[in-house]
Design a protein around this ligand. Sequence first.
Ligand SMILES: *[C@@H]1O[C@H](CO)[C@@H](O)[C@H](O)[C@H]1NC(C)=O
Ligand SMILES: *[C@@H]1O[C@H](CO)[C@@H](O)[C@H](O)[C@H]1NC(C)=O
Ligand SMILES: *[C@@H]1O[C@H](CO)[C@@H](O)[C@H](O)[C@H]1NC(C)=O
Ligand SMILES: *[C@@H]1O[C@H](CO)[C@@H](O)[C@H](O)[C@H]1NC(C)=O
Ligand SMILES: *[C@@H]1O[C@H](CO)[C@@H](O)[C@H](O)[C@H]1NC(C)=O
Ligand SMILES: *[C@@H]1O[C@H](CO)[C@@H](O)[C@H](O)[C@H]1NC(C)=O
Ligand SMILES: *[C@@H]1O[C@H](CO)[C@@H](O)[C@H](O)[C@H]1NC(C)=O
Ligand SMILES: *[C@@H]1O[C@H](CO)[C@@H](O)[C@H](O)[C@H]1NC(C)=O
Ligand SMILES: *[C@@H]1O[C@H](CO)[C@@H](O)[C@H](O)[C@H]1NC(C)=O
Ligand SMILES: *[C@@H]1O[C@H](CO)[C@@H](O)[C@H](O)[C@H]1NC(C)=O
Ligand SMILES: CC(=O)N[C@H]1CO[C@H](CO)[C@@H](O)[C@@H]1O
Ligand SMILES: CC(=O)N[C@H]1CO[C@H](CO)[C@@H](O)[C@@H]1O
Length: 288
Amino acid sequence: MDNRLVLLTALLVMLSWMSVCTYAQTVTNGTAATNGTAATNGTAATNGTAATNETAATNGTAATNGTAATNGTAPPITPNTTVTELMTPINRADCGTGQLCAAEPSDCNPSTSSSCFFLSAKQSSGRNFDFGLSGESDGYLAATLSLDNILGGNDTTYVCANNNGVVKFFGAVLNNGKLTLRELPVDSVKGKITGRKIQCSFSATVPAQITRVSQFAVAISTGTFNSSTDALGDPSTQLKSPLVNLENPNTTVTNELATNTSSHAITIQQSLTQALLFTVGVLGLTVL
Ligand SMILES: *[C@@H]1O[C@H](CO)[C@@H](O)[C@H](O)[C@H]1NC(C)=O
Ligand SMILES: *[C@@H]1O[C@H](CO)[C@@H](O)[C@H](O)[C@H]1NC(C)=O
Ligand SMILES: *[C@@H]1O[C@H](CO)[C@@H](O)[C@H](O)[C@H]1NC(C)=O
Ligand SMILES: *[C@@H]1O[C@H](CO)[C@@H](O)[C@H](O)[C@H]1NC(C)=O
Ligand SMILES: *[C@@H]1O[C@H](CO)[C@@H](O)[C@H](O)[C@H]1NC(C)=O
Ligand SMILES: *[C@@H]1O[C@H](CO)[C@@H](O)[C@H](O)[C@H]1NC(C)=O
Ligand SMILES: *[C@@H]1O[C@H](CO)[C@@H](O)[C@H](O)[C@H]1NC(C)=O
Ligand SMILES: *[C@@H]1O[C@H](CO)[C@@H](O)[C@H](O)[C@H]1NC(C)=O
Ligand SMILES: *[C@@H]1O[C@H](CO)[C@@H](O)[C@H](O)[C@H]1NC(C)=O
Ligand SMILES: *[C@@H]1O[C@H](CO)[C@@H](O)[C@H](O)[C@H]1NC(C)=O
Ligand SMILES: CC(=O)N[C@H]1CO[C@H](CO)[C@@H](O)[C@@H]1O
Ligand SMILES: CC(=O)N[C@H]1CO[C@H](CO)[C@@H](O)[C@@H]1O
């Protein structure tokens, strides 16, 4: 009996030591956690054999192979801002299924509407995305990606300007309400100007996130453009979203600047919170 207890204790100690080991491995490598194979193979521990064979547990081959599966590191795009003609108008055909869309008014179709600010994003691989941008401006139309939900602080900005009836593309950063030209990993730029309407599409490697998820606040803005000096006027924001996951086309992107709709959303959220608090309170009383 005593021997059994000792054996059991020893086994338990070994098991917890093992789980600490695998845990540390999983955490430091990170990638194993996304695959889950390491965890499912951990069931071997219940068999008892794994405990006596530490090599199997500490091997970590599953973790190293996990990196290949969850790589997500497609090579960054080599900058090429040559603009070719946009043949297919920017439209909202794949919105919600194949691409994430942001628009003001929220459901406007840039291919038919004469007053519509529109941005679409579609992940091609890793941090590489295909973007579509449409809107009305006499100067330029721009899309900004903000990592921190606050516009500014050198936020990546893609600018499509009306350069005497043809699109000219600029990479820029937005800081303190001003745009500064900056080379960005962008290629495959296509553009078309129709009256005041500017439409452009491009592929870009978006800035790296600290987390693995591509969370950005997106913004669409307009400004003046001096075609003889390439000077970009200060941007005027037409749409600004909260932080959204660019990788998920299903995300419904709201415009925080459209005050009537966003205040409505806040009201709903508040009443939901109140209802929840009330329920919790009632439950608490019931328990008492
Ligand atoms: C458990 O051990 C038995 C015999 O040692 C072996 O046949 C079986 O495959 C093991 N099961 C797992 C899940 O490792
Ligand atoms: C440990 O497991 C490995 C691979 O499963 C096996 O080759 C080896 O013989 C085992 N060692 C012991 C001591 O059981
Ligand atoms: C553990 O790793 C060693 C060397 O890296 C390898 O030879 C062995 O096959 C691995 N064992 C298992 C079970 O993957
Ligand atoms: C692990 O990766 C190596 C090299 O990339 C590959 O040869 C091997 O087949 C992979 N094993 C598994 C189980 O995926
Ligand atoms: C990781 O998980 C995916 C999907 O579950 C699977 O296809 C892939 O083979 C796994 N990779 C490894 C190394 O087990
Ligand atoms: C993983 O990244 C390496 C280089 O970082 C690259 O060579 C390899 O092709 C990538 N694998 C996948 C599946 O993306
Ligand atoms: C923006 O970039 C410039 C030049 O790289 C740098 O000097 C400045 O500190 C940056 N500002 C912020 C807020 O990151
Ligand atoms: C840049 O892009 C244009 C249009 O897509 C293409 O014709 C040209 O070959 C590219 N230049 C380089 C150096 O790749
Ligand atoms: C463009 O810039 C030049 C030089 O600063 C200036 O002379 C010209 O008036 C500007 N054009 C417009 C349309 O603002
Ligand atoms: C996205 O929408 C499609 C179609 O409506 C649905 O099948 C899918 O489950 C949704 N995905 C997420 C992550 O909500
Ligand atoms: C990734 C990995 O090591 N998978 C192994 C999990 O355990 C089963 C059964 O022992 C193996 O067949 C898998 O290769
Ligand atoms: C702690 C640990 O397991 N680190 C491994 C993470 O994966 C790389 C390969 O992608 C290994 O080289 C490390 O040893």
